[in-house]
Design a protein around this ligand. Structure first.
Ligand code: ZN
Length: 498
């Protein structure tokens, strides 16, 4: 008898839980595409998922479903993890001219729309490799917005990303810069110097909440070699110290000699594709990688360095240089028409003019062709890496320069399509955009797959991303921190002209 009562009481408790504790959101009947590793995506049908307090709390095919405040029937739709773009620059409107009388106003409006632009294209996590905790807080203040993370940038005195900055200014603007032993330390106090040596900047960025550390291997563009580099011994010690405190290290490098230095320094992530082959007269028709390029790519594969192809960099530079460029319809998904008009105006085209200087008498067409050739070298390198099982990451580098041709969200989508054009298969592409990024940045406890306890950042697609890359532009809804947003409401026209 006693036993029966106990049984009844337990049953009642379970029953009442099911009856009264409604979850926030339940999604029924979706085809769930769950990336598992570099090339494998599990397809789960006839399941429902329950979301509570911004997290996935259950993925199940049980007949008994929890009550929910909102139930979505996602029959014939595809549910995937929200995309991570692990290389974005969030601080400034692409191509803004600081001296323009409306610069402040344009920048403000940009910050208001930026997060929504990313969400419109399904990006629910972004990583800015050169930002600070307060910069990230500014970005996240304009909700809805993707969850954002930053890396601490570690330039050296007068090095790339710190050119023209006095030592004192460096301390102020680049809080994690690296002081090297022959730098002009007299400009700083001994304690300031100390805070920029050894593993001090790494410790500091970690306590500030950084997700990774970024080093720069750049001695100048093209065949130039005029920018000071980090000492190779320092670079190696820094990647080791970063690893010891659990911070992935990321390298800016896109030339064959520079990527070799980054590989030798044992970085975890290459922040650019290898498109600068330093072989100006190579015969493109052969599609054969020069031995020096192949050697670097082979060592990237062997050391399993995660690789961001950032194909949109050369693409957007070629477009901004091209005098025949015009803003296609897709730009009107993220840019208000007054901004497009400004970009087309005389002051707005300042970077077009800059890009067209210094080529001698070369025609505009030839300049563009040269930039496109460099772009195609990046595609060839990516194709080789993909075929040889490298770990690929979605990272668009939006914007890589004051390139107005590179816009939040839209560039991420372009990066996906160009990676696919370069030969990356659709399952591997989904992994690159989700689980690979989560793992490379040690965020896989929260992101990257559709699993219990992960943050409910998800996309509901109308078509199958394992069938066509255009599925990433066929989004029904974006779910951020458990809140479902219809894509149409994130379109620039729905936000009001700003
Ligand atoms: Zn960048």
């Amino acid at each position: 008898m006693k036993k029966q009562i106990l049984f009844a009481a337990t049953y009642c408790m379970l029953f009442s839980n099911a009856l009264f504790a409604a979850v926030d959101l339940r999604i029924d009947n979706a085809i769930i595409l769950n990336p598992v590793d570099k090339h494998q995506v599990n397809i789960i049908s006839n399941h429902w998922i329950a979301i509570q307090n911004g997290k996935i709390i259950k993925v199940s095919n049980a007949r008994k479903k929890p009550r929910a405040k909102t139930v979505v029937d996602a029959k014939d739709k595809y549910l995937i993890p929200g995309l991570t773009d692990s290389h974005v620059h969030l601080k400034t409107m692409p191509g803004l001219l600081a001296s323009d009388p409306n610069a402040k106003q344009m920048q403000k409006a940009f910050l208001q729309r930026q997060g929504r632009n990313y969400l419109y294209y399904g990006v629910t996590q972004v990583i800015d490799p050169s930002n600070t905790a307060s910069g990230i807080a500014d970005f996240m203040a304009n909700v809805p917005a993707p969850n954002a993370f930053f890396c601490g940038a570690m330039p050296v005195y007068q090095g790339y990303n710190a050119e023209g900055l006095s030592y004192a200014k460096l301390h102020h603007h680049k809080p994690y810069f690296i002081a090297q032993h022959n730098d002009p330390t007299h400009e700083l106090t001994p304690s300031q110097v100390h805070s920029h040596q050894g593993s001090q900047p790494l410790e500091r960025m970690r306590s500030d909440g950084a997700t990774c550390a970024k080093l720069y291997f750049e001695d100048g563009f093209g065949e130039n070699s005029n920018i000071p580099l980090i000492y190779q011994g320092d670079a190696r010690r820094l990647t080791e110290s970063a690893k010891a405190i659990g911070l992935p290290s990321m390298a800016h490098a896109n030339a064959v000699d520079m990527q070799q230095l980054a590989v030798d320094a044992n970085v975890d992530i290459m922040a650019h594709g290898l498109w600068n082959w330093l072989t100006p007269n190579i015969n493109q028709a052969t599609n054969v990688l020069p031995p020096t390029v192949k050697a670097v790519l082979d060592s990237i594969i062997e050391k399993d360095i995660a690789y961001q192809p950032t194909l949109t960099v050369m693409d957007s530079l070629a477009k901004v240089t091209d005098r025949t460029f015009s803003f296609t319809e897709e730009y009107q998904t993220v840019l208000p028409s007054p901004v497009i008009a400004w970009y087309q105006s005389e002051p707005g085209r300042w970077f077009f003019k800059e890009m067209n200087q210094g080529w001698g008498s070369m025609s505009n067409q030839k300049k563009v062709a040269k930039l496109k050739r460099i772009f195609s070298q990046g595609q060839l390198a990516l194709n080789y890496l993909y075929k040889n099982d490298a770990t690929l990451l979605l990272g668009s580098d939006t914007p890589p320069a004051p390139t107005y041709t590179s816009q939040p969200g839209l560039s991420t989508y372009k990066e996906l399509t160009m990676m696919h054009q370069a030969g990356v298969g659709l399952a591997s592409l989904l992994s690159a955009a989700t689980i690979n990024n989560a793992k490379a940045f040690s965020l896989d406890d929260r992101y990257g797959s559709v699993a219990v306890n992960k943050i409910a950042n998800l996309l509901l697609l109308n078509s199958d991303p394992l069938k066509s890359v255009s599925a990433y532009n066929d989004i029904d809804s974006v779910i951020v921190n458990g809140t479902m947003i219809k894509r149409a409401t994130l379109h620039i026209n729905a936000l009001g002209a700003r």
